[in-house]
Design a protein around this ligand. Structure first.
Ligand code: GDP
Ligand code: MG
Length: 462
């Protein structure tokens, strides 16, 4: 039961809407595409229909005249009003800008919107506003989208299907949607050839029953000569059906209750899968983060050990040192540091391969790093040589530096350079870890979303 104008319900729905808007499904997991679509539809319906309708329960009923290209929607709308308020055309798509027709006294209910042309006419039945929308099967995707959105914003639908094309898929998809949402609906079978009116109608009714729409009011309109107006005997019943719906506040409230109730009811079906999709994203993001964190932590530990065990002083650096070329040896150390970092990157990449499949590939090569050496090649050489505790090049360099600037100053300098090297290594690996996990950083936490709690609140308020 929908309590019209209930502030609690409006507040609960606004909260649900914001929570739905806060979801995102950036990871290409199974079901993510559907979740993105369902999210958008839900937000649009809440924004376009449910929330505005609850805010102004006494506004006129919005009746949309929808249907496929050339079905004769605009022709029908003009016949309903009794005047050419909207363009009829054989060039498709005929209805580009939606046209809203209402009585002048009802104009204030409709916000000025440049995307909709407003026509005032006192012949519109009281309590109603009629809306001519683009074709649901328009060649233009934008038009199709506008049409479906406007159908979603309406209290009731007059859905026009032409006798020539009633078997097409496009109208049935929307008719089933209306059925599932319990939208108040009348169906017009237009342009029925007079000579085959009975079999065409019978076949259409059979399809309606099959689609679970057997009890929807059906209004056939016979095909007329080009330029001739639609027969009043066909139009009057449609006008009457509409007029009855808008006639008085109770009748209007009944329509709104039904359409709004149908939409609210559909939330029970639509919100839980969204919550599950959020959960799947959350779990996948957590798994990715853990795996990437572990991979780069292992790589960082390995690099840190290699930095201090003298292994960087083997090879080219040692050779140049033995030739008495300290600057050359320091250059060799820097080359070894580059190789060490590249190796650490490769280790991190290897361990995290496949655990962040939604992100870009891991980088095997780090960006170039400027290694600290405090302007003193001896300090750099000693810093990667274990502070003189191991025999060899590093110890020699530390000893030489000690005799030059004093043992204490040398130790301080070497320690500082070593700290700097460690920090550079850690920062480079950490940046790569962050880059690898960046794609999942936007996935909201499970508790932040609270869709089911918000849905429960809507249920309790409705
Ligand atoms: N001969 C004939 N033409 C019609 C009939 N109904 C609509 N049309 C024409 O079909 C074309 C499309 O009609 P329109 O109302 O613009 O269709 P819409 O695209 O659904 O709005 C126009 O040229 C109309 O004049 C009819 O009963 N007989
Ligand atoms: Mg039209």
């Amino acid at each position: 039961m929908v309590i019209m104008g209930s502030d609690t319900l409006s507040a609960a729905l606004a909260d649900l809407r914001d929570r739905v808007a806060a979801t995102c499904f950036p990871l290409d997991l199974p079901g993510a595409v559907q979740a993105r679509l369902a999210r958008r539809e839900l937000i649009e319906q809440l924004d376009d229909y449910v929330l505005p309708r609850l805010a102004v329960p006494r506004a006129p009923l919005l009746a949309v005249v929808g249907g496929s290209t050339g079905a004769g929607r605009s022709t029908l709308l003009n016949a309903l009003v009794g005047r050419a308020v909207t363009a009829v055309g054989s060039v498709r798509p005929t209805t580009r800008v939606p046209v809203l027709v209402c009585r002048s006294g009802d104009r204030h209910w409709f916000a000025a919107d440049t995307a909709i042309a407003l026509r005032l006419d006192e012949r519109v039945p009281p309590g109603l506003a009629l809306l001519d929308v683009p074709d649901i099967d328009s060649v233009s995707a934008d038009n199709r989208r506008v049409a479906v959105r406007l159908l979603g914003a309406a209290d009731l639908w007059v859905f026009v299907v032409s006798a020539a094309r009633y078997a097409d898929a496009a109208p049935w998809h929307l008719l089933r949607l209306a059925r599932d949402r319990n939208t108040r609906l009348a169906i017009v079978l237009s342009r029925v050839p007079a000579e085959s009116a009975d079999p065409v109608r019978a076949d259409f009714v059979r399809l309606l029953r099959q689609a679970g729409l057997g009890d929807v009011p059906l209004y056939p309109i016979v095909e007329v000569e080009p330029g001739a107006g639609l027969p009043e005997r066909n139009v009057v019943p449609i006008r009457t059906w509409l007029a009855e719906r808008g006639a008085d506040p109770d009748a209007r409230a009944a329509v709104v209750r039904r359409t709004l109730g149908g939409l609210l009811h559909s939330l029970d079906r639509r919100v839980p899968p969204l919550a599950q999709a959020v959960e799947r994203q959350y779990e996948a993001a957590g798994h990715t983060r853990d795996c990437v964190d572990r991979a780069y932590a292992v790589a960082a530990r390995w690099a840190s050990r290699a930095l201090g065990d003298g292994s960087l002083l083997r090879g080219a650096a040692a050779g140049r040192w033995r030739e008495g070329d300290a600057d050359g040896a320091a250059r060799g150390v820097r080359e070894s540091l580059d190789a060490l970092l590249a190796d650490a990157f490769a280790r991190g990449a290897e361990r995290s391969w496949g655990c962040a499949p939604y992100d870009g590939a891991p980088r095997l090569r780090p960006a170039p790093v400027v290694w600290p050496d405090a302007g003193e090649p001896l300090a750099l050489i000693a810093a990667v040589g274990g502070l003189g505790t191991e025999p060899g090049v590093g110890r020699d360099a530390a000893g030489l530096l000690g005799t030059r600037i004093g043992v204490e100053s040398a130790a301080r300098l070497i320690l500082g350079v070593r700290r700097g090297l460690r920090a550079e290594l850690a920062a480079a690996l950490d940046a790569e870890r962050g880059r690898r996990a960046a794609a999942v950083a936007v996935v909201p936490g499970r508790a932040d979303v609270g869709l089911i709690e918000a849905l429960d609140l809507v249920r309790r308020s409705a």
